[in-house]
Ligand binder design. Structure first.
Ligand code: ATP
Length: 238
Protein backbone atom coordinates (compact mmCIF):
# COMPACT_ATOMS: atom_id res chain seq x y z
CA UNK A 1 0.00 0.00 0.00
CA UNK A 2 1.22 3.50 -0.82
CA UNK A 3 2.38 5.43 2.19
CA UNK A 4 1.07 8.98 2.10
CA UNK A 5 2.57 11.71 4.21
CA UNK A 6 -0.52 12.69 6.15
CA UNK A 7 -0.06 16.28 7.24
CA UNK A 8 -2.93 16.07 9.74
CA UNK A 9 -1.05 13.38 11.59
CA UNK A 10 2.03 15.53 12.10
CA UNK A 11 3.41 15.74 15.60
CA UNK A 12 1.74 18.70 17.35
CA UNK A 13 2.79 18.70 20.97
CA UNK A 14 1.52 22.18 21.84
CA UNK A 15 3.61 24.88 23.41
CA UNK A 16 6.70 23.62 25.16
CA UNK A 17 9.39 26.18 25.79
CA UNK A 18 11.91 23.53 26.75
CA UNK A 19 12.06 22.13 23.22
CA UNK A 20 14.93 23.59 21.20
CA UNK A 21 15.66 23.22 17.49
CA UNK A 22 19.14 23.25 15.97
CA UNK A 23 19.15 24.52 12.40
CA UNK A 24 22.59 24.28 10.79
CA UNK A 25 23.81 25.10 7.31
CA UNK A 26 26.26 26.96 5.15
CA UNK A 27 23.80 29.82 4.60
CA UNK A 28 25.72 31.09 1.58
CA UNK A 29 23.59 33.19 1.55
CA UNK A 30 20.70 32.77 3.98
CA UNK A 31 17.36 33.12 2.14
CA UNK A 32 13.60 33.37 2.67
CA UNK A 33 13.27 29.58 2.30
CA UNK A 34 15.42 29.14 5.41
CA UNK A 35 13.43 31.73 7.33
CA UNK A 36 9.92 30.56 6.41
CA UNK A 37 10.47 26.83 6.81
CA UNK A 38 12.17 27.41 10.17
CA UNK A 39 9.16 29.46 11.30
CA UNK A 40 6.76 26.73 10.14
CA UNK A 41 8.71 24.00 11.92
CA UNK A 42 8.86 26.06 15.09
CA UNK A 43 5.06 26.43 15.14
CA UNK A 44 4.23 22.88 14.09
CA UNK A 45 6.54 21.21 16.64
CA UNK A 46 5.96 23.60 19.54
CA UNK A 47 9.63 24.57 19.60
CA UNK A 48 10.41 27.38 22.03
CA UNK A 49 13.66 28.42 20.41
CA UNK A 50 15.49 27.63 17.19
CA UNK A 51 19.25 28.07 17.26
CA UNK A 52 20.62 28.87 13.82
CA UNK A 53 24.18 27.56 13.42
CA UNK A 54 26.19 28.70 10.39
CA UNK A 55 29.00 26.27 9.61
CA UNK A 56 32.61 27.33 9.21
CA UNK A 57 33.71 24.99 6.45
CA UNK A 58 31.23 22.24 5.65
CA UNK A 59 33.17 18.94 5.55
CA UNK A 60 32.23 18.35 1.89
CA UNK A 61 33.31 21.81 0.70
CA UNK A 62 36.61 23.70 0.60
CA UNK A 63 37.30 27.16 1.95
CA UNK A 64 37.59 28.55 -1.57
CA UNK A 65 34.08 27.43 -2.50
CA UNK A 66 32.41 29.17 0.43
CA UNK A 67 31.93 32.87 1.17
CA UNK A 68 33.84 33.99 4.24
CA UNK A 69 32.27 33.20 7.57
CA UNK A 70 31.93 36.81 8.70
CA UNK A 71 29.74 37.77 5.72
CA UNK A 72 27.58 34.65 6.04
CA UNK A 73 27.15 35.26 9.77
CA UNK A 74 26.25 38.92 9.20
CA UNK A 75 23.56 37.92 6.72
CA UNK A 76 22.18 35.23 9.05
CA UNK A 77 21.97 37.87 11.77
CA UNK A 78 20.05 40.22 9.48
CA UNK A 79 17.60 37.45 8.68
CA UNK A 80 16.99 35.90 12.11
CA UNK A 81 18.24 38.14 14.90
CA UNK A 82 15.11 40.25 15.29
CA UNK A 83 12.75 37.26 15.07
CA UNK A 84 11.27 36.15 18.36
CA UNK A 85 12.25 32.60 19.33
CA UNK A 86 15.38 32.51 17.18
CA UNK A 87 18.99 32.71 18.30
CA UNK A 88 22.20 32.56 16.31
CA UNK A 89 25.21 30.59 17.49
CA UNK A 90 28.72 31.12 16.17
CA UNK A 91 30.00 27.97 17.90
CA UNK A 92 31.03 26.33 14.62
CA UNK A 93 32.72 29.49 13.41
CA UNK A 94 34.86 29.63 16.56
CA UNK A 95 36.03 26.04 16.18
CA UNK A 96 39.05 25.30 14.01
CA UNK A 97 38.68 23.15 10.92
CA UNK A 98 35.62 21.59 9.32
CA UNK A 99 32.28 21.83 11.09
CA UNK A 100 31.06 18.44 12.23
CA UNK A 101 27.48 18.27 13.48
CA UNK A 102 28.37 15.67 16.12
CA UNK A 103 30.71 18.21 17.80
CA UNK A 104 28.03 20.90 17.73
CA UNK A 105 25.50 18.50 19.17
CA UNK A 106 27.86 17.49 21.99
CA UNK A 107 28.46 21.17 22.71
CA UNK A 108 24.76 21.96 23.12
CA UNK A 109 23.99 18.73 24.99
CA UNK A 110 26.79 19.29 27.49
CA UNK A 111 26.13 22.92 28.33
CA UNK A 112 24.94 23.47 31.85
CA UNK A 113 21.50 24.99 32.21
CA UNK A 114 20.94 24.51 28.56
CA UNK A 115 18.10 23.46 26.42
CA UNK A 116 15.47 20.90 27.15
CA UNK A 117 14.92 18.43 24.38
CA UNK A 118 17.07 19.23 21.38
CA UNK A 119 15.72 18.50 17.90
CA UNK A 120 17.70 18.82 14.72
CA UNK A 121 16.04 20.59 11.78
CA UNK A 122 17.28 19.59 8.35
CA UNK A 123 16.13 19.70 4.70
CA UNK A 124 15.70 16.55 2.61
CA UNK A 125 18.80 17.13 0.48
CA UNK A 126 21.05 17.31 3.54
CA UNK A 127 19.23 14.43 5.24
CA UNK A 128 19.80 12.03 2.35
CA UNK A 129 23.54 12.45 2.86
CA UNK A 130 23.50 11.84 6.57
CA UNK A 131 25.12 8.39 6.21
CA UNK A 132 28.29 10.21 5.07
CA UNK A 133 28.46 12.41 8.18
CA UNK A 134 30.99 11.79 10.93
CA UNK A 135 29.43 9.67 13.71
CA UNK A 136 25.98 9.78 12.12
CA UNK A 137 24.86 6.81 14.22
CA UNK A 138 25.64 8.77 17.37
CA UNK A 139 23.75 11.80 16.08
CA UNK A 140 20.65 9.69 15.42
CA UNK A 141 20.86 8.14 18.88
CA UNK A 142 21.03 11.48 20.63
CA UNK A 143 18.63 13.78 18.86
CA UNK A 144 15.26 13.54 17.07
CA UNK A 145 15.32 14.87 13.53
CA UNK A 146 12.77 17.02 11.75
CA UNK A 147 13.24 16.49 8.02
CA UNK A 148 11.71 19.24 5.88
CA UNK A 149 10.40 18.12 2.50
CA UNK A 150 12.03 20.39 -0.05
CA UNK A 151 10.49 21.19 -3.43
CA UNK A 152 12.60 20.51 -6.48
CA UNK A 153 14.74 18.05 -4.57
CA UNK A 154 12.52 15.03 -5.25
CA UNK A 155 11.92 13.37 -8.58
CA UNK A 156 8.59 11.54 -9.03
CA UNK A 157 10.26 8.24 -9.95
CA UNK A 158 11.97 8.21 -6.57
CA UNK A 159 8.59 7.70 -4.91
CA UNK A 160 6.75 9.49 -2.16
CA UNK A 161 8.78 11.01 0.68
CA UNK A 162 7.86 8.30 3.17
CA UNK A 163 8.77 5.46 0.82
CA UNK A 164 11.95 7.12 -0.32
CA UNK A 165 13.00 7.85 3.25
CA UNK A 166 12.18 4.31 4.35
CA UNK A 167 14.31 2.90 1.54
CA UNK A 168 17.16 5.26 2.31
CA UNK A 169 17.13 4.48 6.04
CA UNK A 170 17.05 0.74 5.42
CA UNK A 171 19.84 0.75 2.82
CA UNK A 172 22.21 3.33 4.27
CA UNK A 173 21.43 3.95 7.93
CA UNK A 174 19.75 1.09 9.80
CA UNK A 175 17.17 -1.60 9.08
CA UNK A 176 15.52 -0.96 12.43
CA UNK A 177 13.28 1.99 11.51
CA UNK A 178 9.48 1.67 11.14
CA UNK A 179 7.05 4.32 9.92
CA UNK A 180 4.34 5.50 12.37
CA UNK A 181 1.64 7.17 10.33
CA UNK A 182 -0.16 8.58 13.39
CA UNK A 183 2.99 10.36 14.60
CA UNK A 184 4.38 11.28 11.17
CA UNK A 185 7.72 9.77 12.08
CA UNK A 186 10.07 6.81 11.80
CA UNK A 187 10.85 5.11 15.09
CA UNK A 188 13.70 2.84 16.08
CA UNK A 189 14.28 0.81 19.23
CA UNK A 190 17.35 2.75 20.32
CA UNK A 191 17.61 5.74 18.00
CA UNK A 192 15.50 8.89 18.30
CA UNK A 193 12.49 9.47 16.03
CA UNK A 194 12.82 11.00 12.57
CA UNK A 195 9.84 13.25 11.78
CA UNK A 196 8.91 14.16 8.21
CA UNK A 197 7.59 17.68 7.86
CA UNK A 198 5.69 18.95 4.86
CA UNK A 199 4.96 22.65 5.26
CA UNK A 200 4.26 25.29 2.66
CA UNK A 201 7.13 24.77 0.23
CA UNK A 202 9.65 27.50 -0.56
CA UNK A 203 11.42 26.71 -3.76
CA UNK A 204 14.59 28.72 -3.13
CA UNK A 205 18.20 27.60 -2.78
CA UNK A 206 21.45 29.42 -2.08
CA UNK A 207 22.90 27.89 -5.25
CA UNK A 208 20.16 29.50 -7.33
CA UNK A 209 20.77 32.85 -5.64
CA UNK A 210 24.52 32.70 -6.27
CA UNK A 211 23.90 31.78 -9.92
CA UNK A 212 21.35 34.52 -10.42
CA UNK A 213 23.62 37.21 -8.96
CA UNK A 214 26.50 35.96 -11.10
CA UNK A 215 24.29 36.27 -14.18
CA UNK A 216 23.11 39.77 -13.26
CA UNK A 217 19.57 38.67 -12.31
CA UNK A 218 17.66 40.04 -9.35
CA UNK A 219 17.31 38.05 -6.13
CA UNK A 220 15.23 40.66 -4.30
CA UNK A 221 12.27 38.28 -3.88
CA UNK A 222 14.46 35.50 -2.48
CA UNK A 223 16.27 37.14 0.42
CA UNK A 224 15.30 39.64 3.14
CA UNK A 225 15.79 43.28 2.11
CA UNK A 226 18.82 43.81 4.39
CA UNK A 227 20.50 40.70 3.01
CA UNK A 228 19.80 41.89 -0.53
CA UNK A 229 21.41 45.27 0.23
CA UNK A 230 24.38 43.55 1.92
CA UNK A 231 25.01 41.29 -1.11
CA UNK A 232 24.97 44.32 -3.41
CA UNK A 233 27.06 46.51 -1.16
CA UNK A 234 29.75 43.86 -0.66
CA UNK A 235 29.64 42.66 -4.25
CA UNK A 236 29.10 39.06 -3.11
CA UNK A 237 28.56 36.31 -5.72
CA UNK A 238 29.08 38.72 -8.64
P1 ATP B 1 23.01 25.29 -1.39
O1 ATP B 1 22.12 25.57 -2.56
O2 ATP B 1 24.30 26.07 -1.40
O3 ATP B 1 23.23 23.82 -1.14
P2 ATP B 1 20.85 25.64 0.54
O4 ATP B 1 19.84 26.56 -0.07
O5 ATP B 1 20.53 24.18 0.55
O6 ATP B 1 22.29 25.89 -0.09
P3 ATP B 1 21.96 25.46 3.18
O7 ATP B 1 22.64 26.54 3.92
O8 ATP B 1 22.76 24.35 2.67
O9 ATP B 1 21.12 26.17 1.99
O10 ATP B 1 20.71 24.94 4.02
C1 ATP B 1 20.70 24.78 5.41
C2 ATP B 1 19.56 23.81 5.74
O11 ATP B 1 18.31 24.35 5.28
C3 ATP B 1 19.71 22.46 5.03
O12 ATP B 1 19.26 21.45 5.92
C4 ATP B 1 18.79 22.59 3.83
O13 ATP B 1 18.31 21.34 3.37
C5 ATP B 1 17.66 23.44 4.39
N1 ATP B 1 17.00 24.25 3.35
C6 ATP B 1 17.58 25.17 2.57
N2 ATP B 1 16.68 25.74 1.74
C7 ATP B 1 15.49 25.14 2.01
C8 ATP B 1 14.16 25.29 1.46
N3 ATP B 1 13.89 26.14 0.47
N4 ATP B 1 13.18 24.51 1.97
C9 ATP B 1 13.47 23.62 2.97
N5 ATP B 1 14.69 23.44 3.52
C10 ATP B 1 15.69 24.18 3.06
Amino acid sequence: MTKQLNIRSQFRPGKDVSRVGLFGGTFDPVHLGHLHVAEQVKDAFGIGEIIVVPSAIPPHKTLKEVTNARDRLNMVRMCFEHKQGFRISDVELKRNGPSYTIDTLRYFLSRSGSPGELMMVIGTDAFFEIHTWRAFGGILEQVPLIVIMRPGKESPEEGLPVEKTERYLCEKVSKGYSWYEDKGCFKHHFKKPIYLFQGTPWNISSTEIRNRVKNGKSVSSMVPKDVYDYIKQKGLYA
